[in-house]
Design a protein around this ligand. Structure first.
Ligand code: TNX
Length: 486
């Protein structure tokens, strides 16, 4: 999971990991070595083995090599061969090796995912896999504004999404209820704007050092962090911190409810753009990835004319700091240049504005709320979550083809798929995991696997087999009645 492009079993052949198994990594490649260390780090607690990581070629034990892969693997894919002699993962890049490692993990018994020592045998079925992703953007979004999630929880989430070959983590860092990233030139954003959250808790924020550490942690797992500063609406926390951002110059009160669409920065004041220059300069400096997400959604207090005026001044600031703009699809109103990418959160598979934008050269990330929104309730009786886009059971979430979902949108306009988790009702890890699992696995599959591999009947079998892994990881997932869980 996600389903690989091709799998050829070698019936009767197995490889068994033993106390003397060594991980060999491509000679002279520190990156391959780091992937080897990552794999050993995953498997040492459960196996109790030493699993030394040794640069150098070998056809035995576990080898991670950067040569000889089937050319079909491309930049992010891999070839995995399991014979009685050993396991060889071949790829053209370390990212490909990492993806192969994730597949290899799923061939081991589920208890390999445990954090404590378990009994073997650690036997893997023989066979050969050649695999590569359908889409470049395989995203998960976490809203840390409505409820704050401390760095360790975000790291745990990064580890989980990496296991399903997701390669983008979109952090929704600002909203009405809180501003979660330290901006050194604007200290009041966090001093006054971060101390609340939905329900009145104390919120929190990431210092720039903590944030850099998260970006690095994600990068070690081949995940790019995409920071979102939501503008011009969803800005009450900033309006609390800096009174001059308000049309009337009067600071707003902190907000701990869950309404949307009531806030906006002043559109026609220079102070607004001086502020945004400061924020984008610092965010860009913290962002190795090519995108900054500027939000743009639900600006219900802003007229279309003002919205265009605002984007006309904001988008050049993104470019000034060397980044491309990502935005919720509403920002297409402002006809951003072809480098801009729109994230579509619509509920109807008709979206003429996307089709028009694609003609102008913009790419699209699909996050249909009726499918990919991890914060929608599964059913009427689901306690957590919202239901404005309807109930999203596991089959509903999975059963769509991103390449053919939006009417008249050319398949090549789709950059990828993203699963957002809005956190109005999500206060802690348990709530997060209940909404995320199992639906995240399905969105990850839609983003990675070829259209020919998709299909509910096969998927629900493979999904059922993930359950023992989640239990071994201590994840309390939603046991949907649509799936015959193992
Ligand atoms: C809509 S979809 C929002 C968010 C809410 C979410 C809740 C979108 C771009 N904005 O502000 O958190 O619904 O499901």
């Amino acid at each position: 999971m996600p389903a690989p492009v091709t799998v050829k079993p070698r019936p009767g052949t197995t490889f068994t990991l033993g106390a003397d198994t060594t991980v060999h990594t491509h000679p002279g490649s520190p990156e391959a070595r780091r992937v080897g260390e990552y794999l050993a780090g995953v498997l040492r607690p459960s196996t109790g083995y030493r699993l030394p990581v040794v640069p150098g070629a070998s056809g035995r034990d576990i080898s991670l090599v950067l040569t000889g892969a089937d050319p079909a693997v491309g930049e992010e894919g891999y070839q995995l061969d399991v014979t009685t002699r050993g396991v060889i993962i071949r790829a053209r890049t370390a990212a490909g090796l990492f993806a192969g490692v994730q597949t290899f993990r799923q061939l081991l018994p589920a208890k390999a995912e445990s954090g404590t020592k378990q009994d073997g045998p650690w036997t893997v079925p023989g066979g050969s896999v050649v695999d590569h992703p359908r889409y470049a953007h395989r995203g998960a979004m976490l809203d840390v504004a409505r409820h704050f999630f401390p760095p360790d929880e975000v790291k745990r989430y990064i580890d989980r999404i990496a296991a399903y070959k997701i390669n983008k983590l979109h952090l929704h860092l600002t909203d009405d209820q809180g501003w979660r990233l330290e901006i050194k030139s604007r200290p009041n954003l966090t001093a006054a704007g971060s101390t609340t959250q939905v329900g009145g808790g104390t919120g929190g924020f990431y210092t720039q050092d903590e944030y850099r550490d998260l970006v690095e942690y994600a990068a070690e797992r081949f995940i790019t962090v995409i920071p979102e500063i939501d503008l011009p609406g969803h800005t009450n926390a900033a309006l609390v911190a800096y009174p001059e951002l308000n049309e009337d110059g009067i600071a707003r009160e902190p907000y701990t409810g869950i309404d949307v669409g009531f806030s906006s920065v002043a559109i026609h004041k220079d102070e607004t753009y001086e502020f945004l220059d400061d924020v984008l300069r610092e965010v860009a400096a913290l962002t190795p990835g090519e995108f900054i997400h500027i939000g743009g959604d639900e600006a219900l207090k802003t007229t279309d004319e003002d919205y265009l005026a605002f984007m006309g001044r904001l988008l050049p600031l993104v470019a000034k700091y060397g980044k491309k703009a990502l935005g919720w699809h509403e920002f297409l109103k402002a006809t951003p240049d072809a480098s801009a990418v729109a994230q579509w959160w619509g509920t109807e598979p008709k979206a003429p504005e996307l089709v028009e934008a694609a003609k102008r050269g913009n790419k699209v990330i699909l996050s249909p709320a009726t499918k990919s929104y991890l914060d929608m309730k599964y059913r009427e009786d689901t306690e957590l979550g919202l239901k404005w886009a309807g109930f999203v059971e596991v089959e509903q979430s999975y059963s769509w083809d991103p390449g053919a979902f939006v009417a008249d949108l050319p398949a090549d306009a789709v950059l990828g798929v993203e699963a957002p988790l809005w956190t109005e009702t999500v206060e802690d890890r348990a709530a997060l995991e209940y909404l995320v699992y199992p639906r995240l696995a399905g969105i990850a599959e839609l983003a990675w696997s070829p259209a020919s591999a998709l299909g509910w009947d096969g998927y629900k079998e493979r999904l059922a087999a993930q359950a023992p892994r989640w239990r071994a990881q201590g994840i309390a997932f939603y046991e949907s009645p649509q799936v015959a869980w193992k």
